[in-house]
Design a protein around this ligand. Sequence first.
Ligand code: SF4
Length: 313
Amino acid sequence: MPEGERGWCYTRINKSGRLYSLIYGEVSSLSINPIEKKPVFHFYPGSRWLSLGSLGCNFRCPGCQNWEIAHWKEGTLYSEYLPPEEAAARAKASKCVGISWTFNEPTLWFEYTLDSAKCAKPQGLFTNYVTNGYMTEEALDAIAPFLDVYRVDIKGFSEKTYQRIGHVKDYSGVLEMTKKAKECGMHVEVVTNIIPGFNDSEKELRGIASWIKSALGPEIPWHVTRFYPHLELGHLTPTPIPDLEKAWLIGKEEGLWYVYIGNVPGHKRENTYCHTCEELLIERYVFDVVTNKIKGGKCPKCHTPIPGRFSDV
Ligand code: SF4
């Protein structure tokens, strides 16, 4: 990165040989959402979270739903400075249980997420990264003591797919950091947005599902979500529902306990069923929890412990 210039993500500048962030604390998007919107289904269902996004991304997904902020170039969007201690105070005042860094890639304003996570923890707040997982081990090591939830995209299972979707080829680090997040004790959930013609082959989906099972464990939830045409992929059709159901089946065949179909309101695979006895445990509609029968973290029928955190907060 030459002197006075910015890099690929446009959010850092080289000034006299040092890199400076241009987006520290610069909030482009702020809202309060249930955790189901991330989607995270096994960490205090129905809880309220303060969601914060900034600007920029290290990927350039051609169908990005948040491209206005994620594919940002200076001067095209408004943001407002929110000090890290104020982020925690805002979450508390809004009766949220935690802060999610979301909408754009959290590592783009890494220093800020770290500082605000450090402010959040003494206040009893949880913290959540909604991430593409493309980060260094050093970054994960730094944030890990202050991060509770790691909601990661695994967008495909081949270099070709990652190149087409994110414009990065080597995705091995995404897998390694996800594994490490789990080993560090974070609550991990995985999302694959299924884009017709990109990552919807059986080989690709089976690869993701079997990797989740072997590297993370069968209890890790996998969300297969419906793609809606957008941006450079506006010419595609939405993911056909039978294709999502096929992905769901692949996840189950590979031995995952909790596979969810997302972005299809009213689909029964939005619900949580006990992995032992199939009892309906949590009924959902879009981002709402309609009923939650889990008692003391267990299935009320067969008393199997349900992976995740479920007591009231
Ligand atoms: S990783 Fe997410 S935020 Fe970044 S470009 Fe892709 S879809 Fe958009």
